[in-house]
Design a protein around this ligand. Sequence first.
Ligand code: PLP
Length: 455
Amino acid sequence: MSQQHTTQDWRAMDAAHHLHPFSDTKGLNAQGARVITHADGIYLWDSEGNKITDGMAGLWCVNIGYGRKDLPEVAKRQMEELAYYNTFFKTTHPKVAELSALLASVAPDGFEHVFYTNSGSESVDTMIRMVRHYWSSVGKPEKKVLIGRWNGYHGSTIGGASLGGMSYMHEQGDLPIPGIAHVEQPWYYKHGKDLTPEEFGIQAAQWIEAKILEVGADKVAAFVGEPVQGAGGVIIPPSTYWPEVERICRKYDVLLVADEVICGFGRTGEWFGQTHFGFKPDMFTTAKGLSSGYLPIGAVFVGERVARGLIEEGGDFNHGFTYSGHPVCAAVAHANVAALRDEGIVERVKNATGPYMQQRWREVFGQFAHVDDVRGVGLIQAFTLVKNKATRELFDNWGEAGTQCRDIFFKHNLIMRACGDHIVCAPPLVITKAEIDAMLETAVACLREFEQLVA
Ligand code: PLP
């Protein structure tokens, strides 16, 4: 930690020179950014000495928790041995080869190949180019359209933001690009009406079928969705949804792609969300939990069918990044994934902390007058702030109540995120039951404060 500067100095430098992502710089500068200086386990500390519980694992990424001593050691050793070399032009290096084999061993059956990127957004853009290149390579170049979902999030690059369904992102920079279509999200609470969740799951999947028929099956390359929509507010589809989506994709020969950037590496209690929801995609995108955020790295997992097409028919794939499979990132990702496996962290989410969180989350938040649709799986959960529970009426000005509530959490040194009026939580996967209890106790006090505010 730098000793010679004060919080005020950092705020001033930041305000003068730093443009923040997803921020209104003018508003932020007036307020001054919170300066996070160090972290351990599930806790962060700011430059004013406050200890903060990180209920969001950074940006849903620090699966293994902060402050590991082994990962920096691995990075140091790798930097000394081979700080950089690329994987273009017929070269590889030991760590990227070892990581690839390890990833194939933790992936569901049939995923033997990975392509490396530096982020989730790059994984998504890579997937878009790969899907289109696959169809061209196997003689169907007209299959180009990718279908995503409204309120889905697939990153901030031009491809990722286009495929995502965040209209406030489309409004900036003339998005989406051509060849992208969207369908409604499987949000039972809002769209389910008189249907059972199971009936609604089938109906929501059939919106995809209708879109495929509208575009023309011969033009549709892929359907892409997050197993659980994360940034959209932790939208968890009914159990019937994904199997029906898979059936529809097979029927029309449309590739099925899971965006596992949040769900991957243990978040749902399985290694990948697709296993929890019982479907088998052709490809899936990852990042975040792959290195638990210790260094930037992403990977696109390519299933047998697409890999065979690309390898046998595709020739050169004219795509890649200077840092694809960066040796230091690969070494750290390898150590991270091995630790998630060898320390039983994913297993613990499935059998212990995940079920405990889900039970407690429902118990403590079910009691509030303005909290409804209390939901979650593994260690990803949410609830929605509503005006009237009996009629399912949402608050006016979507997002206003959420921001108010999030700010109360923040004031009490607890980080949870507001996605509109959904309050979401996705802590490091190493959180203990005692830490869950303490976090929820604070959250309950915050909710009481929020309900007084809106009473
Ligand atoms: N896909 C999903 C499902 C995500 O949640 C995110 C980020 O939150 C991304 C892609 C983009 O990842 P990144 O921010 O690493 O580019």
